[in-house]
Design a protein around this ligand. Structure first.
Ligand code: FES
Length: 214
């Protein structure tokens, strides 16, 4: 998917990290060998997105261009190096998004398991199309590729959390719970535990009991 980037009119002129995050930046950079500070690019992009989520008046976290330039200055690389990383991964939002970013997986296993109906339900419920944000900046719908939860397809990721084994009904319930500011329990929405068979384990049963997973 081509990343959606905020136009110049939506880009803040400057960006600076909060005092508490300046401390955290030093700690993040210290995780890597001396001279390898550019290894901190991804965690610093993530930190930016979380700071924005904390500080924007409405909506969720995103990464303005000025923040990418500030990261380039901190890790001492050309700004292009930061743009390259930020535009490659769909987990970085490069335009303002809603408080809840509903990332719908539409890759083959999810598609075969009904992701088109999940997307249709979300578009209908929220009154927006894929890639758009609701007027109240509560929800954004984003199309993403496989998120590694194919055994629990179809699934969506809402901010940091996975909601799996969805049906149009459970997707509707999820959206309605989120709109009340009351996110449901994350994970499978059909009652199964993680990626276990719905009826419980079919092998290693004793071990599963011993591990208290059933
Ligand atoms: S295809 Fe959707 S999580 Fe893998």
């Amino acid at each position: 998917m081509k990343p959606i980037i905020a136009p110049d009119s939506e880009q803040p002129k400057s960006f600076s990290f909060l005092k508490k995050n300046e401390k955290l930046i030093k700690e993040i950079i210290s995780r890597y060998p001396k001279g390898r500070q550019k290894s901190a690019i991804m965690p610093l992009l993530d930190l930016t997105q979380r700071q924005m989520a904390e500080t924007v008046k409405k909506g969720g976290g995103w990464i303005p261009r000025a923040a990418m330039d500030e990261i380039a200055r901190i890790v001492d690389v050309a700004p292009m190096k930061i743009y390259e990383v930020a535009t490659f991964y769909s987990m970085y939002n490069l335009r303002p998004v809603g408080k809840y970013n509903i990332q719908c997986c539409t890759t083959t296993p999810c598609w075969l398991s009904g992701s088109s109906d999940i997307v249709k339900t979300a578009e209908k419920e929220l009154g927006i199309k894929m890639g758009q944000t609701t007027k109240d900046q509560k929800f954004t719908l984003t199309d993403v590729e496989c998120m590694g939860a194919c055994a629990n397809a179809p699934m969506v990721q809402v901010n940091d959390d996975y909601y799996e084994d969805l049906t149009p009904e459970t997707m509707q319930n999820l959206l309605s719970a989120l709109s009340k500011g009351n996110p449901p329990k994350k994970g499978p929405q059909n009652g199964r535990i993680a990626a276990m068979p719905l009826g419980g384990p079919t092998s290693l049963e004793k071990e599963a009991k011993k591990a208290k997973v059933v």
